[in-house]
Each structure stands twice: as C-alpha cells, then as structure tokens.
Design a protein around this ligand. Structure first.
Ligand code: NAD
Ligand code: UDP
Length: 316
C-alpha cells in the first residue's frame, strides 16, 4: 500500500471502525475519525490519541462535512439490532443522508469511497449460500427495515453516484463480524454470549437456536477492507466479506460456554420478528479478485475475544 494518504473513517470510534483506524495509522496514513458516539466511544480509539497521524472529530454524518481527504471509509451506522431499532428513523437517516453527504464530499474532493454494506441486504434469504447476484428477500415495513432498507438505499446511491457523477466507489457486504472492542452491552450474539458466560449468567438463545450465522473475526475483515480499497477503479463490488463456516446459534452457545468454562445454563427467549433463518456468504468473488479468505477460525477468534472481555469486565 502507498503510505501517507489522508483517510476519513466515519463511525471510526465503533467496533470495526476503531480497528480500521488502528490499521491505517500503523501503515502511515493520516486518519480522521468522525463519530457521534451513538454506539461507539472515545475509549475504543484512546490508544491512538498520542499518534500525530490520528485525529478525532465529533460529527453526525446526517449533516454535511467539509474537509479534504483522499479516501473515505463510510462505516457510520449502528449495527446491532437493539441499537438500530432504538431510533429507527435516525438509523435510516444515518444510512441515507450519511451516504449522500459522504458521496457528495467524495465527488467534491475526488476521493475514493468505500461503503460498509451488509448481509442484511439479503434479508431473510431464500437462496443459500448468498451470492452477490441475489437481490434479497427483505420486509420493507418490519422492525429490521430501517437498517436493511437504509443500507439498500445507500447501495443504490453509491451506484448512482458512480453512474451519474463518476465517483470512485467500493461496496463491501459484511457478514456477522466479532472481536475485541465490541461493547459488552452491544446486544449482538457473540458479545452477549461471552459476557453472559463470563458472569455465569443464563445464556439467552432467541428462538430454538437452529438459526445459523457465519462469524468473521475482525482482523480478517480489516484485511479485506484494505484489499478492496486498493483494487483498481474497475472493481466496485458489491463483494461479500465474511467467513463461510456456518454455525447454529445453539452450537455457538455451547462452544462459548465450554471455552469460558462457565457454569451458565442456556435459556430460550422469543425469536425477534424477521430474524433471518440462515446466513452464509459465498466468497468466490473475494477469493478470486482480492485473493482473500478468512484465516482465523471460530475457536481461535472466540478465544481472543473472550480474553478481551475478561480484561474489560474485570475493570468494570
Ligand atoms: P458499531 O455500532 O460498533 O459502530 C458504528 C459507529 O458509527 C459507532 O461508533 C457509532 O457511534 C457511529 N455512528 C452511528 N450513527 C452515526 C452518525 N449519524 N454519525 C456519525 N457516527 C455515527 O458497529 P460496527 O459493528 O462497528 O459496524 C460498523 C459498520 O459496519 C456499520 O455501517 C455496519 O452497518 C457495518 N456492518 C457491521 C457488521 C458487523 O457484524 N459488525 C455486519 C455488517 C455490516
Ligand atoms: N441471538 C440470540 N441471543 C442473543 C443475541 C442474539 O440467540 O442474546 C440470535 C439472534 O436472534 C440471531 C443471531 O443470534 O438469530 C444473530 O444475532 P445478532 O444480533 O448478533 O445479529 P444479526 O445477524 O441477527 O443481525
């Protein structure tokens, strides 16, 4: 990678964003991290404060931003269902106005722009595993729609800015990712199970635990982000990024309890509306074009994440 670019990361104080900022700074780039701290925190990037290549700005991406930059990674958006459903109108605004504002900035300063899209684009998929060519099966009026439809509209905007204004875009569809810097009360399944197991509290499976997900460790994801940004102008995506190993939620719960050595029992809770039944990425495009595939499998990634939460919970 050519070093010394000016890079803007929106949502940079969140789980994924903080790892991305760290990696970009370590490669010698000047990183501007923009966040409104809705689900992220300064603590996630505090270790970068003394680095002259790192800058932090409180800003809400639903409002325009006037800066100079060479590249933009647009990550701002709550990703956990409980958080994106807390203020669903704001979630849609963040995805849609955020995309318009960042694409406008990108057009003005001729910056390359990367969109953190999602496997939720596929909704509750009827095709398995999911390929990028699948148009999805989304409920446009359900509780997940603020996120799913917001992200779908953002993809539309990215492709229209490319067609209409020749903006240089890159769109990644991210599947469930986990690792250090997830918030203990984030609400997503990996952090919930680990925190519950470490506290010997009941591990909450929603539904009967037969639904599936495929879990990607954060370091693998960040490597893919950089490879995508460094592709030539012809490659715009969308490209699936995720770990194609698929697990039931029951298997995840059992694995976490065993790894932690926890006394926790599993309890069943109601399945949220529109919860996707199965999800697994087809990563053929990522393999072929980016020469990328995940290296860290679930057991190894869970162990690292458990170690992180042990440290974090011992401080609280
Ligand atoms: P996160 O909630 O930890 O991070 C999101 C960040 O965006 C937070 O720091 C939050 O404060 C910030 N933010 C929210 N609204 C904002 C606004 N209006 N203006 C400025 N900042 C705002 O979530 P994450 O897991 O790090 O997800 C990052 C991105 O990746 C999101 O766009 C998400 O949709 C996408 N994604 C994540 C996953 C995953 O499994 N983690 C999967 C698919 C897609
Ligand atoms: N889930 C669960 N218990 C929890 C949290 C989540 O069983 O404490 C389930 C949830 O219903 C879903 C899966 O785990 O089927 C993944 O949930 P998450 O919120 O992590 O992400 P999603 O893929 O649904 O956006």
């Amino acid at each position: 990678m050519v070093s010394g670019k000016r890079v803007l990361v929106t949502g940079g104080a969140g789980f994924i964003g903080s790892h991305l900022c760290e990696r970009l700074v370590s490669e010698g780039h000047d990183v501007l991290c923009v966040d409104n701290y809705f689900t992220g925190s300064k603590g996630n990037v505090a270790h970068l404060f003394n680095n002259p290549h790192f800058e932090l700005m409180r800003h809400d991406v639903t409002f325009p931003l006037y800066i100079e930059t060479d590249e933009i990674y647009n990550l701002a958006c709550p990703a956990s269902p409980i958080h994106y459903q807390f203020d669903p109108v704001q979630t849609t605004k963040t995805s849609v106005y955020g995309a318009i504002n960042m694409l406008g900035l990108s057009r003005r300063v001729r910056a390359k722009i990367f969109q953190a899209s999602t496997s939720e684009i596929y909704g509750d998929p009827q095709v398995h595993p999911q390929q990028e060519s699948y148009w999805g099966h989304c409920n446009p009026i359900g509780p997940r729609a603020c996120y799913d439809e917001g992200k779908r509209c953002a993809e539309t905007l990215f492709f229209d800015y490319r067609r209409q204004h020749n903006v240089s875009i890159k769109v990644a569809r991210i599947f469930n990712t986990y690792g250090p810097h997830m918030h203990p009360t984030d609400g997503r399944v990996v952090s919930n199970f680990i925190v519950q197991a470490l506290r010997n509290k009941p591990v909450t499976i929603y539904g009967d635990g037969s639904q599936t997900r495929s879990f990607c460790y954060i370091d693998d994801l960040i490597e893919a982000f950089l490879r995508i940004m460094n592709t030539d102008d012809e490659f715009i995506g969308p490209v699936n990024i995720g770990n194609p190993e698929e697990f039931t939620i029951q298997e995840l719960a059992d694995t976490v309890i065993t790894l932690v050595g926890s006394k926790s029992k599993i309890i069943l809770k109601p399945l949220p509306d529109d919860d996707p039944v199965q999800r697994r990425p087809d990563i053929t495009i990522a393999r072929d074009i980016l020469d990328w595939e995940p290296k860290i499998q679930l057991l190894e990634g869970l162990k690292k994440t458990i170690t992180y939460f042990e440290g974090r919970l011992s401080k609280s």
